[in-house]
Design a protein around this ligand. Structure first.
Ligand code: ADP
Ligand code: MG
Length: 258
């Protein structure tokens, strides 16, 4: 038992905390099952590695500034039949990240745009891709402040580095000339260099108004859409589904076209 305690302390000193915690129970199992020394040590180390992998994903997800954690498995396709399951399965392969291509989730609130974007960020992280998630408002404010402080280049790099950049909620607020131009600079710099997932409640027809300039809006869309796939989600808000069921609200189909 003194030896067991000593081994546990040694594992802890080596920062193999999972192995240290599991040492006693795994030893017991090994004895019961008559395991070889090699399979005992191999199983114990496998647990340590698995735990590290999980922690790594957790840390990366934290770094990705996710608004919440939702996975693709948690997405209910039966509630949102306009979302093509095959397409999402294709997105799950993350090939679009290798191709520096873009994916765009459009339309009304509550239909799962951010959920899918969050889930793909987690998926990307768990496969070792760097991914960052930010709302358009926050991103553009950050770039504007950097521009004001003569630090635009450095700050821009932060948004050019990740293999996948999720820009959530484009279109909630119209942008002035400087903000629109900063947004263009970012999209232009990532063009064919790194993937973007963008979500928006606006159709592209509204982008001229949103960016206060048809020419600039066209230039942004030109880069964004060249290597892209648009997922147009038509359906009801998941947030309101219980209220719809209870008949408190009428079906929101009309709200989508507004
Ligand atoms: P938006 O389209 O406005 O970005 P979200 O993706 O944030 O909406 O969805 C709102 C909430 O509803 C989130 O908690 C999300 O997880 C949930 N949700 C939306 N659609 C689905 C769905 N098809 N299956 C499971 N949860 C969903
Ligand atoms: Mg959203």
């Amino acid at each position: 038992m003194i030896e067991l305690e000593k081994s546990r302390t040694q594992l802890e000193a080596l920062k193999l905390f999972t192995a240290a915690n599991l040492l006693e129970s795994r030893l017991q199992i090994a004895t019961e099952k008559n395991m070889t020394y090699v399979s005992f040590i191999s199983d114990l180390l496998a647990e340590e590695l698995e735990q590290r992998h999980r922690r790594n994903i957790e840390t990366k997800s934290c770094l990705a500034h996710l608004p919440y954690r939702k996975t693709l498995d948690e997405f209910d396709f039966s509630f949102q039949p306009s979302v093509d399951q095959k397409l999402i399965a294709e997105l799950r392969t993350l090939n679009f990240i290798n191709q520096a291509a873009n994916r765009i989730f459009l339309r009304p609130p509550g239909v799962g745009k951010s959920h899918l974007a969050v889930a793909l960020t987690i998926e990307a992280n768990s496969h070792g891709y760097s991914a960052d998630f930010i709302t358009a408002t926050k991103l553009i404010e950050d770039l504007r402040k950097a521009y004001q402080n003569n630090r635009l280049d450095t700050r821009m790099r932060k948004y050019l580095n990740p293999k996948l950049l999720v820009i959530d909620e484009v279109g909630y607020l119209p942008l002035d000339q400087l903000r629109a131009s900063l947004f263009f600079q970012l999209i232009n710099a990532r063009y064919e260099q790194g993937s973007i997932i963008l979500t928006s409640n606006k159709t592209f027809a509204n982008w001229g108004e949103l960016f206060g300039d048809e020419v600039l809006a066209t230039a942004i869309l030109d880069r964004l859409l060249h290597h892209s796939h648009i997922v147009n989600i038509r359906g009801q808000s998941y947030r309101l589904k219980d209220k719809l069921k209870a008949g408190v609200l009428s079906a929101p189909n009309n709200r989508q076209s507004s």
